[in-house]
Design a protein around this ligand. Structure first.
Ligand SMILES: C[S@@+](CC[C@H](N)C(=O)[O-])C[C@H]1O[C@@H](n2cnc3c(N)ncnc32)[C@H](O)[C@@H]1O
Ligand SMILES: [Zn+2]
Ligand SMILES: [Zn+2]
Length: 590
């Protein structure tokens, strides 16, 4: 509009300035083009007629004849997303005192716009399917053309409340769209999953739909299983049978509510920051030492609130696929909401898939499981889990547990198991923390756990002085044979910084502990400087040989430094829960 006035005034001034100083315009011609208009103006004083100016942007459609106006195309594109047809749109425009375009023109344009939109959708669907197939190929799927579709079949009506029946099967609303559905979350009592399976079988005679349990039914079944389970006599302290049964009931209730409802929020508050700091420092170890590693996919087993997703996106920008497995659907819900700014219909910041079980046979660049092994009951089950995680690992497998006796026992067990596995078909080696494959010298020589610390600020305490400490044990295995080069020793306790020397407890590539005293007089300046700034858990950039040549190794027996953690007496080589005296944060879910 402003442009039209500028053109009229400018051309009038160019051509009529001498005869007419101050123009007075009125509309000369007006012509409608859909809901767009074009005008020419006439000066009442001198009769000057301006060029015709279009008040709309034109679009080249490749068709012959008059060019289409962008507003008309935009109107049709907008209407595609609305339950409003052309006739009602014309009424609406008339009500607003906007002259409606001709019905025939609108309908011609709407078929043009919808056919173009269909083409665009088909094209984008094709590229999406190709992307998914590429992901399948990267994960090593045997048939990349199979795309697992998941469906939530619960009808969660907000207005019809019933405490006993929070969800109702919605399978009746599922049409068959020539897509095979692999996973369905349904109400446990309903026959939805079987219904979906039957429907799918009309497309594929052998199809099986896997049912994912919804939180209400999953926790009820956890209660039943615990209540039915057989416990040894000493487990419950009640005198009478009734007392014992009541105690068993309390335990079952507790297990039922472990990872559902309010417990999830408790867990969030108690563990999130500490977990994040330890996971981040383990992943940073990979990030710092292997600059070429750019993971595209990550699998997190026992993902909880998705802490690993947050930590890894901080370090790597190209992860396009996160697969989080947690059998607590409530955990998954809160984890998803955290990624959606707390909004149920929000946009997920990173592409995460939440599942209750491990995926079939896919592989991931990075596989991680943190603070979850302790929840797996038996050594056999843990070994089976570790093996299946290792089989799904393309590059790195990261396991983190608490920095306690029991946490380290789990890491040590995993280490032994993975060392055994990596001698078999799939080669692998310890990337971190041990610079060797020998038995852990901290355990062997000192009978103490090997663990590290991460410092962090708690959520409710934003003061930098108030740093909290998280102790953790971890192991990172990398796929591929062990490199021939000697690894640098790792600092396995708080370095003790004196006035002119640093005492470092080192775990060396020969599988032995060294207590090195690095001083400004006897060592290279760079090494000394390093020793002043490096922290517990870092690698000291020095070769074993340099250390012993300099004769700066004090035998561990003369060790005068305070050693963290409680020592276990020589004859007690079993790491038991009772000795778990190291500083710990609250137990998750307790
Ligand atoms: C202690 S939390 C750790 C959460 C998260 N990895 C972190 O570090 O913050 C353990 C999680 O593992 C899940 N979990 C335990 N056993 C599982 C299993 N067998 N399958 C799937 N998830 C499991 C629990 O539901 C829980 O969310
Ligand atoms: Zn004039
Ligand atoms: Zn060690």
């Amino acid at each position: 509009m402003v442009e039209m006035w500028n053109i009229a005034i400018q051309t009038h001034a160019d051509e009529e300035a001498e005869v007419c100083a101050v123009p007075q315009f009125k509309i000369n011609t007006e012509e409608k083009w859909g809901i767009g208009w074009k005008y020419s103006l006439k000066c009442l004083n001198c009769g000057y007629i301006s060029p015709v100016v279009k008040l709309y942007r034109e679009i080249t459609t490749g068709k012959r004849g008059r060019k289409a106006a962008a507003v008309n195309i935009n109107l049709q594109a907008g209407l595609l997303d609305m339950p409003l047809g052309n006739s009602r749109t014309r009424l609406l425009l008339a009500d607003l005192d906007i002259t409606p375009p001709a019905e025939s023109g609108m309908s011609k344009l709407s078929s043009y716009v919808s056919s173009k939109t269909t083409d665009l959708n088909n094209e984008s669907m094709r590229t999406k399917v190709e992307e998914v197939k590429n992901v399948n190929r990267r994960r090593g799927a045997s048939n990349p053309n199979v795309i697992n579709v998941a469906l939530d079949g619960r009808y969660n009506c907000l207005t019809i409340g019933h405490s006993k029946k929070p969800g109702q099967g919605a399978s009746q609303s599922i049409g068959i769209a020539w897509v095979l559905i692999k996973f369905a979350t349904t109400d446990g009592d309903s026959t939805s999953a079987t219904g979906i399976e039957e429907a799918m079988r009309t497309l594929h005679p052998m199809w099986k739909v896997e049912r994912l349990a919804d939180p209400a039914h999953l926790s009820a079944s956890q209660f039943r299983q615990c209540f039915k389970a057989y416990f040894s006599d000493g487990m419950f302290r009640g005198k009478t049978k009734v007392e014992k049964t009541n105690q068993k009931k309390t335990l079952s209730q507790d297990i039922k509510s472990r990872y559902s409802g309010p417990k999830v929020i408790q867990y969030l508050a108690a563990r999130l920051c500490g977990d994040y700091s330890s996971i981040h420092s383990c992943l940073r170890e990979i990030n710092l030492r292997d600059e070429d590693f750019q993971p595209h996919s990550m699998l997190d087993f026992g993902s909880g609130l998705g802490t690993s997703v947050w930590a890894s996106t901080k370090l790597w920008k190209r992860i396009t696929e996160f697969y989080c497995v947690d059998y607590s659907s409530d955990m998954n819900t809160v984890a998803r909401l955290l990624l959606q700014d707390g909004k149920e219909d929000g946009y997920m910041k990173v592409p995460v898939v939440f599942r209750n079980k491990l995926p079939a046979d896919y592989k991931f660049d990075l596989v991680i499981s943190t603070y979850t092994l302790m929840e797996i009951k038996s050594e056999q089950e843990r070994a089976k889990l570790i093996e299946s995680l290792w089989n799904r690992t393309e590059n790195y497998l990261v396991i983190v547990e608490k920095g306690s006796y029991s946490g380290f026992a789990l890491i040590h067990e995993t280490r032994q198991h993975l060392l055994k596995l990596s001698k078999q078909s799939k080669k692998g080696h310890i990337f971190s923390p041990c610079p060797h494959h020998e038995p852990c010298p901290k355990l062997k020589e000192k009978n103490s756990p090997c663990f590290f610390e991460a410092r962090y600020t708690d959520l409710d305490q934003m003061e930098p002085e108030g740093l909290e400490t998280e102790y953790f044990s971890y192991i990172i295995f990398r796929v591929g044979p062990k490199p021939n080069t000697e690894s640098f020793p790792r600092i396995v306790d708080e370095p003790f910084k004196m006035k002119s020397c640093t005492h470092c407890h080192l775990c060396c590539s020969n599988g032995k502990l060294h207590h090195a005293v690095i001083s400004s007089q006897e060592h290279e300046k760079d090494l000394y400087r390093c020793s002043r700034i490096l922290l517990w858990g870092d690698m000291l950039p020095v070769r074993d040989k340099q250390l012993s040549d300099n004769n700066d190794v004090i035998s561990e027996k003369d060790d005068m430094l305070p050693v963290r953690g409680k020592q276990i007496s020589d004859n007690n080589d079993v790491i038991s829960e009772k000795d778990d005296m190291l500083p710990e944060k609250s137990n998750c879910g307790q």
